[in-house]
Design a protein around this ligand. Sequence first.
Ligand SMILES: [Fe+2]
Ligand SMILES: [Fe+2]
Length: 422
Amino acid sequence: MDYTQNLSQEFLEFVEQQPHQSLRQLLTRVLQKSRLLTGAEAGTIFLVRRKRGRALLEAVNTQNDRVRVRPADFVVPVDNKTISGYVALTGETVMIDDVYSISPDAPYSFNPANEARHYQTHSMLCFPLKNYTNQVIGVAQLINRIKPHTGEVIPFDPHLAAVVAPVARVVGASIERADMLEQIRQKNQTLQNRNRQLAEHQARIATLQEQTEEAFLLSVGLLARAAEIHDEGTGNHIIRTNEYSYFIARNLGLPPGFCNEIHYSAQLHDVGKMSVDQAVLKKKGRLDDGERTEMDRHTTYGHQILRDSPRLQMAAEIALNHHEKWAGGGYPAGLAGIDIPISARIVQVADVYDALRSERPYKRGFSHDEARNIILKGDDRLDPFEHFDPQLIELFADLHEGFARIWDDLRDEAEPAPAVSS
Ligand SMILES: [Fe+2]
Ligand SMILES: [Fe+2]
């Protein structure tokens, strides 16, 4: 009895010494130790798994000193067709002297199909691994007890059956804990992988959005250019208008969203000219009243072209209102003051400055100083205080050099530098 008690004691101490190890390490060591203490040449540990409501025993560790065994990867059902299945089903310990001479009356049977290649099982000790609530969580199967020195296969010591019950419970609880930790670790891993995939998806979506944004801006630019072709062929006029407008909006302290929108919307102010009667658009010389009315309609045509796109709402508003006047009397609606949207008031200043600087078939290009004088003080054709929002005249007076810089940076290739007026 001393021998079995010592055995039991030794096993319990062994398990307690190994509290924080992986499931694999724990299973390997438990099986090694079990074999060492019982003299078994081979063995397998199974864990109970549930798949679609069915309980299965999955071989998770197998060892054999005589022949090479493949890593354990087979499953057996929890039923009495195998010895391990029977042990899992009933929670009983089974000890057999020779599995090839099991009585036909025994409640279990041995399945030789599960033998390792070139190996024969004779004696067997098979006991359940239980958790603290007495549930079977696995099965340990020890095979072929070897007599020291002779190498002969002998039956297991019958006393061992009594020893394994408490041992199996402690081992079972440790295995269950390690198994849970393992499953939590695997779930965490899966979660991390999913998070990584999600991050990759988001990066891809961000790239797509960037590409969509680029495509959008390209389309808007092309639309503005297409409209220009029917007009006076004014080169970089539309791009410069974007830049002056952005410059004004920034310096007015308008929100970044507004500034970004006007940065691409300003260029579309004359897009309605696409719809103006070609004969009127291309006519040289004075327009009669009817022709003037048709020409002025480029504001409402532009609004019609742009108004249905959510991202072109500001562009539509600019197209409609960029010929209104601060003092009233502009077209198409004759709005005045702050009834004219700020976007359109900004584009007016940008558009007029650039038109003054540009050479046209009927006029030379003015120098920056000339253009500045006209915008600040007016000439025979333009009264700035009737035309422009006074706060924008003030801003222009302060920051006119910024306008000159934009003109210089984006000057048309063929545009000759105007003589500096003294
Ligand atoms: Fe216009
Ligand atoms: Fe323009």
